[in-house]
Ligand binder design. Structure first.
Ligand code: NCD
Length: 312
């Protein structure tokens, strides 16, 4: 990558999860712990700072947890939702020009964009930190951060953890970023459960091979459920399909419901980046192993830690 992602030991832009070292991860998690334990102690830390949220794709959790985090730290936020239609992108302005302009207004830019590689393009022209909030089918590094933080919290360890990633592994950016981050830990085992049309892509498999991470592909979810510490379920990414028929061919194939929960170990957890459609039955919500709402809550503390780190 041409852009400089870190200045000295500090984190500058965050566009890919593999750029985070174990040391940086520990530091972010420790700060997130502090934010979670005593949120009011952190109030005012980013007073006078401004965050711009440029969202060219829909979002609820990512957008609002970044904003809530910034506000809780005493900073201000501004931004544009539906930026493809409502920003100057609609008039034909390039992403690069938009970023250069917003550089004059904000101290940090949180960017969600439909094009894979958009965050790197933005970082290449930006003097202020770019934090990717998802680039199409590419990556979603801050989601992976909160996911790894949640696994540590729920399972109690990261080294040696066994994770099943289920659903749309080809188009889902969260599982891609999560695979990169988990590859930083020792003796992690990844199991991919996906319809063949949306199997995990080869770039991730090659990365795991290069880093000696054990992975396998299994078609039968029932076999996998009793073997893992974490089931990471994902939505079939309807918006990435070109026609309804190919979407229908893969949707509903793997569902976490009460029957699936009976197969899961008593000390295992179910995670999901959300939003869910029909792949995660709401009946599961009351099971203490359903960790997805706790996971979403962790998102704000992780993003507070990250904003604090890149801005102070
Ligand atoms: C995900 C995303 O946007 O990539 N959601 C999120 O940020 N929590 C997953 C999805 O849309 O299915």
């Amino acid at each position: 990558m041409a852009v400089s992602l870190r200045s000295r030991a500090r984190l500058r832009h965050l566009v890919q999860s593999q750029q985070l070292s174990r040391q940086l991860l520990d530091e972010i998690f420790q700060r997130a712990d502090e934010m979670r334990a005593s949120p009011h102690r952190a109030a005012g830390r980013l007073q006078g700072r401004v965050m711009a949220a440029l969202f060219y794709e829909p979002s609820t959790r990512t957008r609002l947890s970044f904003e809530a985090g910034m506000l809780r730290l005493g900073g201000q936020t501004m931004g544009t939702d539906n930026a493809l239609a409502f920003s100057s992108a609609a008039k034909g302005e390039t992403l690069e020009d938009t970023i250069r302009i917003v550089n004059g207004y904000a101290d940090v830019i949180v960017l969600r964009h439909p094009a894979e590689g958009a965050a790197e393009r933005a970082a290449a022209v930006s003097d202020v930190p770019i934090i990717s909030a998802g680039d199409g089918r590419g990556q979603h590094p801050t989601q992976a951060l909160l996911d790894v933080y949640t696994i540590k919290d729920e399972v109690g360890r990261l080294d040696g953890v066994k994770v099943a990633m289920v659903g749309d592994l080809a188009n889902g950016r969260t599982v891609r970023s999560l695979a990169y981050l988990l590859a930083k830990y020792r003796e992690v085992e990844l199991t991919f459960v996906a319809p063949p049309q949306v199997a995990m892509r080869d770039d991730i498999k090659a990365h795991l091979d290069r880093h000696g991470v054990r992975w396998r592909e299994v078609g039968d979810l029932d076999v996998v459920l009793p073997q893992v510490d974490v089931v990471y379920q994902t939505r079939i990414q309807k918006e990435r399909f070109t026609d309804e028929e190919s979407y229908r061919a893969v949707k509903g194939r793997y569902v976490i419901d009460l029957a699936a929960m009976r197969r899961l170990r008593p000390d295992a957890v179910v995670m999901h980046p959300l939003p869910r459609v029909d792949e995660l039955d709401p009946e599961v919500d009351s099971d203490p192993r359903a960790a997805y709402f706790r996971q979403a809550r962790n998102g704000m503390h992780i993003r507070m830690a990250l904003l604090d780190m890149v801005l102070s």
